[in-house]
Design a protein. Structure first.
Length: 289
């Protein structure tokens, strides 16, 4: 079997919170259990929210959590010079061009408001699929045609195979946004292929994304990704039982560090949110099966 490579892939759009810390620690535990290396991959294409202090916060948090990175940027300067997604923009463009040439995508002009008006669920049901809007028209999104998607094969951490259909929340998902930038689903897939990631750890809220990206890999003939293993961990909930988010003002690791909290105290707090009696990192490791 090839060397397993997993990744930690934060977005520098805010200070990292307890949910991020838990995901990072689970990734570390899985890497140790399965003998995988860890790549740090910072997803920075959202330049409207990008700030250098958020990138620095990623390095500070990894240091605080005692997570050693095997591949990826070591500091802010290294990130800018070698590891920013800007350096891989050509790869994203190549993938988009292949989807265009192979007629796998269609143009969509729908706003979120219109999508909600068309269906109260808020899911996009392919309204623009047959409208034949030119892909070159300004301010259109490119969506992947998932109408004829067959069962999609996913492997879990134990190498067991699961067959899934495209969920409604990622049906006809966007691969190029209206601002002409590639979407998360496309960049995440291309980055994982580029770096050789074959063990993907993410929250259960991104299970649909795992299915979508596996289907996208099939459309791009990227067979290596279809052999990747996935692990989807539980989500931490805030006081209102909502997923922790940077934009919801969730407790940041930066603030906890500045308040003098030690690592084990932060892990105890993570356990409180999960309803589990965590006291140290070994307790998180025990939950990995």
């Amino acid at each position: 079997m090839n060397q397993l490579l997993t990744r930690i892939a934060p977005t520098p759009s805010g200070y990292l919170h307890l949910g991020n810390a838990y995901s990072f620690l689970v990734t570390k535990a899985i890497a140790e259990k399965f003998g995988a290396k860890i790549l740090l991959r910072i997803d920075d294409l959202d330049r409207d929210r990008f700030r250098e202090e958020y990138v620095q916060d990623i390095f500070d948090c990894l240091d605080f959590l005692e997570i050693n990175i095997d591949q990826g940027p070591r500091n802010l300067q290294d990130f800018h010079q070698e590891w920013s997604q800007i350096h891989r923009f050509g790869l994203y463009e190549q993938a988009l061009d292949k989807l265009r040439v192979d007629k796998k995508v269609f143009a969509c002009t729908c706003s979120r408001k219109k999508i909600s008006q068309l269906d109260s669920s808020g899911y996009y049901l392919g309204h623009c699929l047959d409208r034949k809007i030119p892909l070159q028209r300004p301010e259109v999104a490119w969506r992947l045609d998932t109408l004829d998607a067959d069962l999609i094969k996913l492997k879990d951490i134990q190498d067991r195979i699961h067959y899934e259909v495209i969920p409604e929340d990622v049906a006809f998902f966007v691969v190029r946004k209206k601002d002409r930038l590639p979407s998360y689903q496309l960049t995440s897939l291309i980055d994982d292929i580029h770096f050789g990631v074959n063990l993907i750890v993410r929250g259960k809220d991104l299970y649909s994304s795992s299915i979508a990206q596996t289907y996208l890999a099939e459309q791009l003939n990227l067979s290596a990704f279809q052999e990747s293993r996935f692990f989807h961990h539980d989500l931490m909930k805030g006081p209102k039982k909502k997923k922790l988010s940077k934009t919801d003002g969730a407790t940041s690791i930066k603030q906890l560090r500045e308040d003098g909290k030690a690592l084990n105290q932060v892990i105890e707090l993570i356990g409180d949110y999960l309803g589990k009696p965590f006291q140290n990192y070994d307790d998180i490791k025990k939950t990995i099966s």
